[in-house]
Design a protein around this ligand. Structure first.
Ligand code: SME
Length: 155
């Protein structure tokens, strides 16, 4: 990830990113294809360590489209940051993964992360968008605000 980005550069990259994501998904109904392109778009814009989706399949979160190194395939109910975001039905920003009880270390390089729930039309969590960084304290309210706008595109 580029460490040298100013808050206003980040803000304008995200503003453009949301519009690009909207354009990518609005004419395609296949959700997996849309998740794949959106993961690639976010990853390519910010060069995070890992960017991807886990989909709710029964009790578990199952690995979906992603960019980055190989990751845990299946995350049980309530486990890790992803499971916690699913259970709490809200975005979780973790500045230091070592301080998050139950964090699942898919990679020891991951130092901070953000997990955003993706809701369906009935308000059920159908997936989570998980982004990991190799730096501490990467994610803030700007990430939260824009990534939640991206999650809404999958409603
Ligand atoms: N960090 C996540 C697990 C998934 S990977 O990092 C890609 C968690 O604790 O939920």
């Amino acid at each position: 990830m580029e460490k040298s980005m100013t808050p206003s550069e980040k803000e304008s990259k995200y503003a453009l990113l949301v519009e690009q994501a909207r354009a990518l998904v609005e004419n395609e109904l296949d959700e997996i294809a849309n998740m794949a392109n959106v993961a690639a778009l976010i990853h390519d814009t910010f060069h995070f360590w890992w960017t991807g989706f886990y989909r709710v399949v029964g009790d578990d979160l199952v690995l979906g489209p992603f960019q980055g190194p190989i990751a845990c395939t299946r995350i049980g109910k309530g486990r890790g940051v992803c499971g916690a975001a699913r259970e709490r039905r809200e975005t979780i920003v973790v500045p230091d993964v070592e301080l998050f009880p139950g964090h699942i270390a898919c990679s020891s390089a991951s130092r901070s992360e953000i997990v955003v729930p993706v809701f369906d039309q009935s308000g059920n969590v159908k997936a989570v968008l998980d982004i990991d960084s190799e730096f501490l304290s990467t994610f803030d309210d700007t990430d939260r605000r824009y990534l939640e706008q991206i999650a809404i595109l999958f409603k």
